[in-house]
Design a protein around this ligand. Structure first.
Ligand SMILES: [Zn+2]
Length: 147
């Protein structure tokens, strides 16, 4: 996630997103910023009118196999379900620009992303079906995606 969005999340939700825990920041692209913002709002709202005995701590936020993954300690059942909800939501939102995703694409070998039609075309990403057909030449756009 870019610097500006990362700073926004750290500054707005220091109680949830701790820079000392999230040493690598948010290990996903900008398109999931709104999902993370909504997630943080829901967690904050849930905890605001409760006395929480366990220390809730988010230890990693990343993209794995094309979906958002939020790792945390001290979750109760409600928080766990909010995490699952955010992770599930990420599968229908383009990781690059936040538009509705049309499916899971392969952007590089073993590198998956949920993308909208525009981003998939722009970066020459393959559908899962094409990927399993065999090798396809890597485009310049794909290489630029990983700088
Ligand atoms: Zn997109």
């Amino acid at each position: 996630m870019n610097f500006e969005k990362t700073e926004k999340l750290f500054q707005k939700y220091p109680d949830l997103f701790n820079q000392d825990s999230l040493v690598y920041g948010f290990e996903c692209q900008d398109g999931w910023f709104d999902i993370l913002t909504n997630f943080a709002e829901q967690i904050r709202h849930y905890r605001s009118d409760r006395v929480c005995v366990t220390k809730f701590e988010i230890i990693q936020v990343k993209q794995k196999m094309g979906a958002l993954r939020i790792y945390a300690n001290g979750c109760d059942a409600v928080i766990r379900s909010l995490i699952e909800e955010a992770e599930e939501q990420s599968q229908s939102v383009c990781e690059l620009d936040g538009e509705p995703a049309i499916g899971l694409f392969v952007c590089a070998p073993e590198w998956y992303r949920h993308l909208c039609e525009r981003c998939a075309g722009l970066h020459g990403c393959m559908t899962m079906e094409d990927y399993h057909q065999g090798c396809v030449e890597r485009t310049i756009e794909q290489q630029n995606l990983y700088i």
